[in-house]
Design a protein around this ligand. Sequence first.
Ligand code: ASP
Length: 579
Amino acid sequence: MSWRDLRCGEPRGDHVGRTLTLAGWTGRRRDHGGLVFVDLRDHTGVTQLVINPERSAASAEIAKEIRNEFVLRATGELVARSPETVNPNMPTGDVELHVDELEIVSRSTPLPFQLDEDNVDEVLRLRNRWLDLRTERMQRNLRTRATVVAAIRRSMEEQDFVDVWTPGLTLGTPEGARDFLVPVRLQPGSFFALAQSPQLFKQALMIGGFDRYYQIATCWRDEDLRADRQFEFRQLDLELAFATRDDVLEVLERVVAASFESIGREPPELPFPRLSYGEAMLRYGSDKPDLRFELEIQDGTEVTRGSEFGVFAGASCVRFLVVPKAFSRGDLANLEEFAKEWGAKGLAYVVHDESGATRSPIAKYLSPAELEAFAGPPGSTTLFVADERPVVERVLGALRLHLGREQGLVDEEREAFHWILDFPLFQLDEDTGRWTFVHHPFTGPLEGHEDLIESDPASALSKHYDLIWNGWELGSGSIRIHRSDVQEQVFRAMGMGDEEAKAKFGWFLDALQMGAPPHGGFALGLDRFVALLAGEPNIREVIAFPKVSSGADPLTGAPARAPAEQLDELGIRAVVPEP
Ligand code: ASP
């Protein structure tokens, strides 16, 4: 006995006349006064079953009981449909199975939603994920994901990388998120942290002589969930020894091209353009700019020194955007509101009318040199933000993106991949007032910036790079520190005493002292990459069993309280009362 001869989407004209057994789910069932039509479905497609009481009275009896999503097995003759009933929209549309034997293999309770229903509540979908997974969308997304992951693995193997598994249960790894802690029964009161990434393990592999490592690694980070964030996610994690930055970037460019090709899409042009962090912040006000449209930010700080307009003269940074539209007063009020939400104190403007005239409450204070610097073509508006540099960057970056979308400047046909290079090594942690890492503390300083680690941390640049696609950060990497003295210097610059550094990273400092080759790597976030490839707005659509924004899993009900005995065994007491 076999369950099926073909899958539901496979019968064709060539099979006409054959006796076939098909099995699948009931899509639609139509009863035409005794003659019953059933769309039998699996992920490959649909074949129409025809159950005729004159051909099989027993099957017709069974067919009365069929409801949506029942699992059926049907045997019959594959017949060519009469010309007027051919359905040209279906690959199986010119055949149908005339049923001789019908079996209900499995029944379904009434459905919480229909598979072809739009806008089903997401929690309901996730609570009944097994049903949701049967939809065309989820079948396509998870299969796309598998195809892309297979292509990535092939590309990595072709490029001589070795797949090595690293532990999930480890000591805290600083990637900028909170750790998930796992209590240890054998050592009550002690905890593992779930790896936020395999960072130190992959560096240890380099020191261990594996000069090209990769892994499709699961990472755990306790952060607030968003459309593009889950507690646990997967990344293509890789590391190379004796490699330059260009070597690392080239590996990733090949991986991206292979991924596009695997799903029949034209790969983006290689190599990807490169932009320094400083330039990106200046021209686009963002370290992950969307380069599918121009609209560049311009700097007006020099020309406004000594300006008669006090706001410009008094600000340490003045920058502007020339937007190809002569905005109305109402538009400008809305844009000012938007700018204020992003932290601006106001939004100065000069409107250049179609006639060439200018409209602006501040024009009378501006010198000819300023007016010339801020000029735009007829039918445009110059928008200014004057403040501290980080505020100016943030507000104009947000305005640029908002206006790019609102004014239809984004070329949706374009795929804009690029690298952002030379990030700062440190940033100020607002809470502690200390310097902290931008990427992670194992990122190397840029050549010639080693001395700045102690003398001027704010100015020290690093060998950290990000890969951006249409304004989304796909991943990050860096060339690492491979000298223990430099590593210790970085820890000290972050305010970490030698004792603390030893307790947290002592084993790794030891490793750096036993022949560490120069090395560097990258991690590509697979969920986001696949979501973008699949055209999905959120990563939950490309994850089989995701969690919702509260951090809960609607399917299993996790997380849950643990029984008192289990907590006792672990040496843990819950101080949060039962709800
Ligand atoms: N460990 C880093 C991350 O997970 C990636 C890297 O530097 O290779 O973002």
